[in-house]
Design a protein around this ligand. Structure first.
Ligand SMILES: [Zn+2]
Ligand SMILES: [Zn+2]
Length: 259
């Protein structure tokens, strides 16, 4: 894949490797536009995000690397931002970044993609969980603060699937994503997770196509060797759904490039 906009750094406390090594791996995999979008800080801190005081360190480092590697690859600066109503911080929202990825990892206080809290899935109706998740995605899109919808169906991470048709559950959220002019990332990290599927699923990609929503590409790498690891699988999705353009963002402005 030519583009990879969602990659992490050690600052988030659950990734490893030098930032330089992520970039070298991207160059090796023939990625032309590579973005860091590390987990933005959260208040209160959950231990899996960078701290507010680390934001300038992160931003300056990415800008320095952008300059250093400019002959080999274009590097972009972003954040992956948790959408938790009432917890959006101006320092992140107004940061001088190319883009913000809006991601739902929390339903109220439940960090549902953390295996530590897996038991909650068994104590609650699965359709209700999926509905609450996509309501949160819908609200996230309605804020108009984000350029990219992160791992659109992350709620499938542990392979607990709804009984209801996912297209019905997700339709309103997808409409709002279109309205907000956001791109949806084809995120290969699901292949590393119990669900063993790309985000979003084929059913949701059908809807994305139907609504003519732009896509972008991401590894969501938490280690250098994860950068571009599933390029082949991502390209199969592009082909299957006949996506021939990919969104990139500079200074929060969308540009579609041919792929
Ligand atoms: Zn992470
Ligand atoms: Zn995420």
């Amino acid at each position: 894949m030519k583009v990879d906009l969602h990659n992490h750094t050690v600052l988030c406390n659950h990734a490893s490797g030098e930032m330089e090594d992520y970039i070298k791996e991207a160059i090796k995999k023939n990625i032309k536009i590579f973005g860091f979008a590390d987990h933005a800080p959260l208040n209160p801190d959950d231990g899996y995000r960078m701290k507010f005081k680390e934001m300038p360190i992160y931003e300056e480092k990415v800008k320095r690397l952008k300059e250093e590697f400019k002959n080999d690859i274009e590097i972009l600066l972003g954040y992956e931002v948790d959408f938790i109503p009432g917890h959006l911080d101006k320092r992140v929202i107004n940061s001088n970044t190319d883009y913000l990825i809006g991601s739902v990892h929390y339903l109220k206080t439940w960090n549902f993609d953390n295996p530590q809290y897996l038991s909650v899935y068994k104590n609650k109706d699965i359709d209700k969980i999926w509905e609450e998740y996509f309501q949160a995605v819908e609200e996230m899109a309605k804020t108009n603060l984000f350029q990219i919808a992160g791992h659109l169906d992350l709620i499938k991470v542990f392979n607990f699937k709804p009984k209801k048709d996912v297209r019905l559950i997700a339709k309103k959220a997808i409409k709002e994503i279109k309205k907000a002019n956001m791109a949806v990332e084809i995120n290969t990290s699901g292949l590393r997770k119990p669900v063993k599927e790309i985000y979003p699923s084929n059913e949701l990609l059908e809807l994305i196509k139907e609504f003519d929503i732009d896509i972008t590409l991401s590894s969501d790498a938490h280690k250098p060797e994860e950068v571009g690891k599933y390029s082949k699988e991502a390209e199969e999705v592009l082909k299957k759904f006949a996506f021939d353009k990919c969104a990139v963002f500079r200074n929060r402005e969308k540009k579609l490039i041919k792929i």
